[in-house]
Design a protein around this ligand. Structure first.
Ligand code: SF4
Length: 217
């Protein structure tokens, strides 16, 4: 590792650890993961007794490669992201995710004050993050950290998360074409539900893994 990379990793470690401390103060079970492999191993361990595992459509989770591993272990996986499924089939999976044993999700932005900020189009992901599943594990890469307010986090999402998501999903939105938010009224608009989880939800077990690596967007 060169000196630049070493120092880059060091400064991100400090930011990640500050986020973990804030999350713990806010009642979450929070853990610093130096590498994505650490997050992978945490999830696989926590999935040992899970009967059904829901996926919230997160690129961070996709990049970890946990789904294939869980399937190889014979686990029941609930993933509505397969576009070969009909809309009704996808909606049914989303509803079943609300009562699954373990729900896996990314996070669009995580403030250093320990607030999880997300924007959804359907709302199934943020619903499951808040209530329903027996356990929720949120994976937040260092690129999701925001040293600022909830408003700064929302700005981060609309500038860095939604445009590539809209492009990935072939949505007809200004951000998918230009890379910048146009605060659109498009029928394809992704930004319909904005949530801030600033304390561990009262009846939920939400774990947050803060990873010192860029994950998702
Ligand atoms: S409001 Fe529209 S243009 Fe802006 S980020 Fe959301 S979907 Fe994209």
């Amino acid at each position: 590792m060169g000196l630049t990379e070493e120092l880059f990793t060091w400064i991100h470690e400090k930011k990640c650890q500050k986020a973990v401390e804030s999350l713990a103060r806010n009642g979450f079970v929070a853990q610093y993961c130096p590498t994505p492999q650490d997050a992978f191993e945490y999830i696989i361990e926590e999935a040992t007794d899970a009967e059904s595992i829901g996926f919230g459509g997160s690129m961070s989770i996709v990049d970890l490669g946990v789904e294939a591993h869980l399937l190889s272990l014979g686990k029941k996986v609930l993933n509505a992201g397969d576009h070969a499924l009909t809309l009704d089939q996808r909606l049914e999976i989303m509803q079943r995710q609300l009562s699954c044993s373990l729900f896996l999700s990314g996070c669009n932005a995580l403030t250093l004050s320990g607030e999880l900020v997300n924007i959804d189009g359907v709302g199934n992901r943020v619903a499951a993050m808040s209530f329903g599943p027996s356990k929720v594990i949120v994976v937040a890469g260092r690129n999701k950290l925001v040293d600022g307010t909830v408003e700064d986090a929302i700005t981060r999402i609309k500038n860095w998360a939604t445009p590539p998501n809209a492009k990935r999903l072939h949505y007809n939105t200004p951000c998918a074409a230009t890379g910048f938010c146009g605060d659109c009224d498009s029928p394809d608009r992704l930004c319909r539900i904005t949530t801030v989880i600033d304390r561990n939800p009262r009846c939920s077990d939400v774990r947050v893994l803060v990873v010192n690596a860029d994950m998702g967007f």
